[in-house]
Design a protein around this ligand. Structure first.
Ligand code: FUC
Length: 352
């Protein structure tokens, strides 16, 4: 197993480094010290053909100009916070309204667009990168100095695990995730709409026109949100279900896992034979089918278009601070925030 480093760019006078972690079977994960961005994940298809299965740019400048959070760690709070404000212990906090009038994915300069300190991990059966970031009291409007560590570990079983840890010195909010856009066809050959998704979930959160949860939990049975038996993403994306239409003819919804504790999500692409099994300790996954990806830029030579990738954002419920019925995203000074999501890649004829 090995780690190779290369210069990727410069940001605010700091060097941007790309670290490529490779296991003994040739699978690799590349990531940056900027936003902990995963730039590439290279895994074999059923014929042993290695290709990239995430959306990412070859040039750092494209991340600054175009990236809709490609591969990045999102924090302090993933998703939207209504009206970019919240109250904690009678105190009102005003956040960056970067998705006016709401707050999105941690603000103007959230965890996805800052330089993290890094530490390489090289052990016998695992190779990885631990990233550290201290978010200062008041950053993007949030209270408390928050120390966060994100660890990427790649194993010889073709599993990438991402663990998140955080501590604060003042009551604050936290809900971290990774915003990778998966496309298992390999090197963006086909859209994610051809992927099959399976997970155990009976309810999802209804969204308002601003894409923020209304607070209502809807039943998924007999709707495009029922993935219990597995379904082609396309079958839901082309439906006229009002929630699908509202999200831009696709999914942008928190799906609530049926049980607490560990849950599994299975994503697969028939033609390449690639599978991705995601295991998480988080209560929901925000399923986003890149309904708003279209733009005047290219992603590794492919023109940006909607439905090119699918995000599986495992996390706490979005806008939880405004919904007392949702599990809390408040972090107290005496607590440690910890969460973990694992991504295991395999193919249906050969594998490790
Ligand atoms: C996702 C979505 C949003 C947004 C963004 C790029 O997580 O929930 O609607 O457009 O990321």
């Amino acid at each position: 197993m090995k780690i190779v480093e290369r210069e990727f760019g410069n940001y605010d006078g700091e060097r941007v480094i790309e670290y490529t972690l490779t296991n003994d079977f040739g699978m690799s994960v590349s990531c940056l010290n900027y936003g902990c961005v995963i730039t590439k994940i290279i895994v074999p298809d059923r014929n042993g053909h290695f290709e990239n299965v995430v959306l990412g740019f070859d040039r750092f400048e494209d991340y600054l100009e175009w990236s809709p959070y490609f591969g990045a760690v999102i924090g302090r709070v993933a998703g939207r916070i209504k009206d970019a404000r919240f109250e904690l212990d009678g105190e009102e906090y005003l956040l960056a309204a970067n998705d006016y009038p709401n707050h999105l994915h941690g603000g103007q300069k959230g965890f996805s667009s800052v330089i993290w300190k890094t530490e390489k991990i090289e052990q016998e059966n695992v190779v990885g990168l631990k990233c550290f970031y201290r978010s200062l009291d008041g950053e993007e409007g949030y209270p408390g100095n928050l120390d966060t560590a994100v660890t990427y570990l790649l194993s010889n079983t073709n599993e990438l695990s991402i663990s998140y840890e955080a501590r604060t010195d003042h009551k604050t909010l936290i809900n971290l995730t990774n915003h990778s856009y998966f496309n298992l066809s390999g090197n963006l050959k086909r859209d994610c709409s051809e992927h099959i998704l399976q997970l155990e979930s009976d309810r999802f959160l209804e969204l308002g026109l601003d894409l923020i949860p209304t607070g209502k939990m809807l039943e998924s049975k007999n709707t495009p949100f029922d993935f219990n038996q597995g379904r082609f993403l396309l079958s839901g994306m082309k439906s006229s279900h009002p929630q699908i239409v509202l999200a831009g003819n696709g999914y942008d919804h928190p799906l609530l896992f049926k049980k607490s504790g560990e849950n599994t999500i299975m994503l697969s692409d028939k033609e390449s034979g690639r599978f991705l099994r995601v295991t998480t300790d988080q209560p929901c996954v925000v399923l986003y089918t890149s309904n708003q990806l279209e733009g005047p830029f290219s992603i590794s030579g492919v023109r940006a278009r909607n439905y090119l990738g699918v995000c599986l954002e495992t996390q706490g419920l979005p806008d939880a601070i405004h919904h007392p019925g949702f599990p809390t995203v408040i972090l107290h000074p005496e607590e440690v925030y910890y969460s973990k999501t694992k991504y295991r890649f395999f193919s249906n004829t050969i594998g490790v």
